[in-house]
Design a protein around this ligand. Structure first.
Ligand code: FAD
Length: 463
């Protein structure tokens, strides 16, 4: 049998290579460091953590990333095994000694009889003669390979920056103040005329909001990120506010074509529109609110918006150097490039976000490739699992209507419970009392986490 080639020895590539090798198949892992560096990596170790040393919460009973940890452990993940073996104290989080962690991953792969590691930059997408290929070259994919991926996928299909608008859990929006309506009640393809949630502001609220945006604490670009994507029509919301106090009222916050369902006679001075973000309808996106505000400032300022006082954010906004595909258009549910099916993608380049998410996509992609080589194709895990929910976000679950969201509205995302389907039945209070607020949310998360892990264990037993 031909070996499977994995390009990129980061978190996703190392995990994919491990999963393939553990299935008894030969794998060649191509990593360009140290022959060629990236702007963020500092060593030549495999699975180098480029920034924080934290894998975030390790609480599998209450937290979506904790659930992802547990699922990866159930799948025999090398990244999780190496993280657990190099743990440092961090409260409820899983944080690691970064050098020990990277060394453990590298030693395991170097010592595996089925793994060959080649230190070279891959500058072209290998042809189908070579067999199956997984590209896991990350947010800092080398320019030569990026160019080839761009050629293979088309102009609009590879982004070099993300421009992330905050995403809110639908159930945390106060619909006594907000209302459903599309601008001018327009019914686009697949739409209903009520596709947006609208939050109204009067003049005083708008002025206070603009002051807060301008005064809010911002993060700065890293030196190598300074060539910002502002040209791309995705100005941060606070930069728009700085350009003129009325800019937002004539841009993303314009009130035209909208009637407040709760107070039809009062014309809003400005309106914040939220657009459905996933097919499940559990998440809404703050359209046009990409931002470089610090996370704490974002939560405070965006909760000033009427209807969002208690908003729970599934993702806060950002703007970073990143390389990622328009995966919902390009990849099938096995992470294969539809146009070149011998090529799969894994890791952050597919539009997941974060160390653990990149590892999860690497793990699944490795399993998909290995099973294809063995002639025992497998379906992705169910969407009730954290792993399945990420694959669904990347390849299918994203809403991309033609009414202004445009083809580029797919943006990277961390795992969160909003990506999982809601429960069929609400959990009951142990003493039969009515569940409310935080307690209700906590219990729901616990039931979803248990459902996810049970479903994942059942799935993994079949592979
Ligand atoms: P990587 O881990 O970057 O691995 C890709 C590998 O491919 C690299 O080793 C690279 O050298 C190699 N490569 C690239 N091009 C080629 C080529 N042509 N040929 C051969 N090899 C190639 N996530 C978090 O959870 N926490 C954080 O704190 C965090 N901080 C980040 C900071 C920065 C500056 C960036 C850019 C991202 C950060 N992320 C963070 C996001 C993301 O989770 C990580 O980038 C993660 O490492 C992605 O995993 P990956 O395997 O997809 O890519």
């Amino acid at each position: 049998k031909q070996p499977i080639h994995v390009v990129g020895g980061g978190l996703a590539g190392s995990e994919a290579a491990w999963q393939i090798a553990e299935k008894g198949l030969k794998v060649v892992l191509h990593e360009m460091r140290p022959t060629r560096e990236t702007d963020a990596h500092k060593t030549d170790g495999l699975a180098e953590l480029v920034c924080s040393n934290s894998f975030r919460s390790d609480d599998a009973e209450n937290n979506a990333v904790g659930l992802l940890h547990a699922e990866l452990r159930a799948a025999g993940s090398l990244i999780m095994k190496s993280a657990d073996a190099n743990k440092v104290p961090a409260g409820g989080a899983l944080a690691v000694d970064r050098d020990g962690f990277s060394e453990a991953v590298q030693a395991a792969l170097e010592g595996h009889e089925n793994v060959e590691i080649i230190r070279e930059e891959v500058t072209e997408i290998p042809s189908a003669d070579i067999g199956q290929v997984i590209l896991a070259t990350g947010p800092l994919t080398s320019p030569a390979l990026s160019e080839q991926i761009l050629k293979a996928t088309g102009e609009d299909s590879l982004a070099f920056f993300d421009a992330i608008a905050p995403i809110i859990h639908t159930e945390s929006i106060n619909m006594d103040k907000a209302w459903y309506q599309s601008r001018y009640d327009k019914v686009g393809p697949g739409g209903t005329g009520k596709d947006y949630i609208n939050c109204p502001m009067d003049k005083e609220q708008y002025e206070a909001f603009i002051d807060a945006l301008i005064g809010g604490e911002k993060t700065s670009f890293k030196e190598w990120e300074e060539n910002t994507p502002y040209f791309d029509g995705c100005l941060p919301i606070e930069v728009m506010a700085e350009r003129g106090r009325e800019t937002l009222r004539h841009g993303p916050m314009k009130p035209m074509g909208l009637t407040n369902a709760h107070q039809p006679d009062i014309k809003a001075y400005a309106v914040v529109q939220l657009r459905q973000d996933n097919a499940l309808g559990t998440l809404y996106n703050m359209v046009g609110f990409q931002t470089k505000l610090k996370y704490g400032a974002q939560s405070d300022i965006f909760r000033m918006i009427p209807g969002l006082e208690d908003a729970q954010f599934a993702r806060l906004g950002g703007l970073h150097r990143n390389t990622f595909l328009n995966s919902p258009r390009l990849l099938d549910e096995q992470m294969r490039l539809k146009a070149l099916p011998h090529v799969r993608f894994a890791g952050q380049i597919t539009g997941c976000e974060g160390y653990v998410e990149s590892t999860a996509v690497g793990c699944l992609t490795g399993l998909f490739a290995a099973h294809q080589a063995l002639g025992t194709d497998i379906a992705p895990p169910p969407v009730t699992t954290a792993c399945g929910a990420i694959i669904n976000h990347i390849t299918g679950g994203h809403i991309d209507r033609e009414d202004g969201s445009g083809p580029r509205s797919f943006q990277p995302m961390n795992i969160n419970f909003g990506l999982l389907p809601p429960l069929d039945e609400m959990p009951k209070h142990p003493e039969g009392k009515r569940l409310r607020g935080k307690e209700k949310t906590r219990l729901k998360k616990q039931v979803m986490a248990k459902r996810g892990l049970d479903d994942f264990k059942a799935w993994v037993a079949t592979v």
